[in-house]
Design a protein around this ligand. Structure first.
Ligand code: F6P
Length: 510
């Protein structure tokens, strides 16, 4: 008998509550059944490396996984996934598809073809820039915010650490301090500006872009507009704004802002790391697309990650989840995931507009081992349940004495073990309760391909969470009200609450 979604959730809540220690005692082979490797290369790319996912230190069991599979069935997960890849409307409130996978070559044929053509156009400009056809270009200031900045910032920081082909600065904040910081590191005579905005209307980005042009002009650049490249789904607006048509790199409206790294929004990544690595990043993501599209049940790894997320979030009431990258190159990953997960799934109603129950937990995190000396106290002895992900690379990112990487990895694994095992003591201050869950994601090597795969894994995990919770992950109306009130404040003909009025007065704005 097929369960309803509600019945499937109810069944999940009825499972017994063994500790992690009891789970390992009952099934010493847990590591084998609850871990899996995702190989990234097939065919010619065989041996491209892969990613090991280990959920054995979570409370997932065979029985829970079976009931989560029943939930996925009740939620018509396979049907929703088909609709995603077919380019159908999966964002009903905005009547849009969500075609980020088409940018990687996986999706509706017409969308893939269009994305290929746009990528070719982008490649011509990237090559021209590298070959000096546009004059000497040593710096690129990439101006965008939210999804138009977080992905590029993360990818450039992760992949272009040693000798980037061009020095890239990502500026998002409207606070002029951010732009001034970039100016201080760039020579205006050899600087290009990328203006990245899906809508080409975002106030922070347009204000920063204007100031960047002024900076170029004030520093002797005779044709500042000629230094601008626009990355947008609204090409006509970019042209209206003054960008030469040949310097506009469009992408499709059906690509969401926080899923747009793979489109022309990734231009600074290609500029910094070169085309081959940019393409490898897309290929890594495409390998995860194919896995996610073609694999059912618990063997589908983004789906299995969503099972773990929902177990802690919905069944155990965890209000946050934390991600610790034991890899300096991924220090911006928590920022990126915060937008991906919280802007996507921070919702309060179902697709049909009914109260949804708990949705996305708060995503937070940091970099190991730094975080151990800052926030891990709470993880070990605090009162909150915080499921964590630990992410590390077998291959070091540095060429220093191997002890650096060995200590890094040993610490990563030690934290997972310590959180799980705990330690009894007669002194309550020195006692560790243990039974605290962690999942480990261990990549063979954090190259461009693996990086792309890691990001796509999180995109699909976010989608899977949304489908199981019956919410729309692709709209973000919650960000609008604040923007609207800022505009009304700027207009100056309205009174607001007493607190806001007092603050406006105190800062000289009213
Ligand atoms: O304010 C939220 C948001 O709409 C994000 O979803 C988006 O990534 C960001 O603003 C930037 O938007 P745009 O790319 O249109 O400038």
């Amino acid at each position: 008998m097929t369960l309803t979604r509600d019945e499937a959730w109810q069944r999940l809540a009825l499972h017994p509550d063994p500790t992690l220690e009891q789970l390992f005692a009952g099934d010493p082979d847990r590591m084998a059944s609850l871990s899996a490797r995702l190989e990234l290369g097939t065919g010619e790319a065989e041996g491209a490396g892969g990613i090991l996912f280990d959920w054995s230190k979570t409370h997932l069991t065979d029985g829970l996984l079976g009931d989560f599979e029943a939930l996925a069935e009740a939620a018509r997960f396979a049907r929703m996934r088909d609709r995603l890849f077919a380019g159908e409307i999966v964002n009903p409130t905005e009547n849009r598809a969500a075609e980020h996978s088409a940018l990687r070559g996986v999706g509706r044929a017409a969308s893939v073809e269009e994305a290929d053509a746009l990528r070719h156009r982008m490649r011509l400009l990237v090559d021209a820039l590298h070959e000096g056809v546009l004059g000497e270009v040593r710096h690129l200031i990439h101006i965008g915010i939210g999804g138009s900045a977080l992905g590029p910032a993360l990818a450039v920081d992760a992949l272009a650490r040693d000798l980037p082909l061009v020095d890239v600065h990502v500026v998002s904040n409207i606070d002029g301090v951010a732009l001034e910081e970039a100016f201080a590191s760039c020579d205006p005579a050899t600087t290009f500006i990328a203006v990245a905005s899906k809508t080409f209307t975002t106030i922070e980005t347009m204000t920063n872009a204007r100031s960047a042009l002024t900076w170029l002009e004030e520093n002797g650049v005779t044709d500042p507009s000629g230094r601008v490249i626009a990355l947008t789904a609204a090409p006509e607006k970019a042209v209206e704004w003054g960008v030469d048509e040949t310097r506009v790199l469009p992408f499709a409206e059906s690509v969401g802002g926080r899923y747009s790294l793979w489109s022309s929004i990734g231009f600074p990544v290609a500029v910094a790391v070169g085309w081959d690595d940019f393409q490898a990043m897309l290929d890594g993501a495409a390998a995860v697309d194919a896995h996610f599209r073609d694999t059912d049940g618990r063997a589908n790894l983004p789906l299995r990650a969503a099972f773990a997320d929902l177990f802690y979030n919905r069944i155990k009431g965890a209000q946050t989840r934390a991600v610790f990258a034991y890899d300096e190159r991924l220090r911006l990953l928590p920022d990126y995931l915060q937008q991906l997960e919280m802007e996507s799934n921070g919702k309060r109603v179902t697709v049909d507009g009914q109260p949804s129950g708990p949705t996305a937990p708060i995503t937070w995190g940091g970099v190991g081992t730094d975080a151990q000396h800052a926030v891990f106290q709470l993880l070990h002895q605090g009162t909150h349940l915080v499921p964590i992900d630990l992410i590390a690379s077998v291959t070091p990112g540095d060429v220093l004495d191997p002890s650096h990487h060995e200590i890094l990895l040993m610490n990563c694994f030690a934290q997972g073990a310590a959180l799980m095992a705990g330690k009894a003591s007669d002194d309550p201050h020195r006692s560790y309760p243990g039974n605290r869950p962690s999942a480990t994601i261990l990549v063979d090597d954090l190259d461009a391909m693996t990086f792309g795969a890691l990001i796509a894994f999180h995109e699909h995990r976010t989608f899977a969470n949304a489908v199981l919770m019956d919410i729309n992950p692709f709209d973000q109306f919650g960000v609008e009200l604040g923007k609207e009130i800022a505009k009304r404040i700027a207009k100056g003909d309205e009174r607001f609450d007493a607190s806001t009025e007092a603050l406006l007065k105190a800062s000289g704005l009213a």
